[in-house]
Design a protein around this ligand. Sequence first.
Ligand code: KIV
Length: 258
Amino acid sequence: MTKSLSQWDKAKREGRRMSFITAYDYPFARLAADAGMDGILIGDSLGMMIAGEKDTLRVSLDQMEYHTRIVAAGAGQCLVMADLPFGAFEESPAQAFASSARLLKAGADIVKLEGGATMVETVAFLSQRAIPVCAHIGLTPQHVRQLGGFKKQGKTEEAAAILLADARALEQAGARMVLMEAIPSPLAATITQALAVPSIGIGAGPGTDSQILVLHDVLGLNTDRAPGFAKKYLEGANLIREALAQYASEVRTGQFPL
Ligand code: KIV
């Protein structure tokens, strides 16, 4: 487990791959830390995973601050990354600073924001003011209305070149990590090699420095449709349904309590 960003940089230099998972509360943060996870993201995917919304757009900074606090309480030595939610950073670098400061005060080690070249000025502003930033490029779910759905990005030569240029510019501006979502594997590998800072991939193949998945997809707790690239390591929903059904049945039949 590696808490500090310099340890992540070292892992990249040494070619050690790192693991990231999302978490939204204390018990799962503790379990992730106990399992030896390297990093935990309080993702704005919480809007979909725990609030039952169809996208991440309604997630507020208050929600992110609260969930960051309760995750950080259980995160142990994991690096804690928190998402800047839609509407909390795009207006100006000053707005992004005020929002990021709240997330750092709540326990985040680094904030993540979605966007490419348009976010370069903001990333520079934050980086020069003690806020470590991870830039999220490729499929950026906060742009779902503009993108017309949760679609793979960077598929044409031109789109791939823009993503590579964006990643370089964001690193130049001070981004300490770059997360790439749903882009072709060779492109993610090329961008990873072009960057000195660690890359994180989701649906971007094996060529990134670390991988992240959404907790509810990994544990089989997402009863809506999980993305095709996610891997389920547990039939969590079935196990929980069975346990709850057994409890309900034991109450009805008088088997519990004795
Ligand atoms: O919000 C989130 O969980 C994310 C991951 C999908 C990377 O941004």
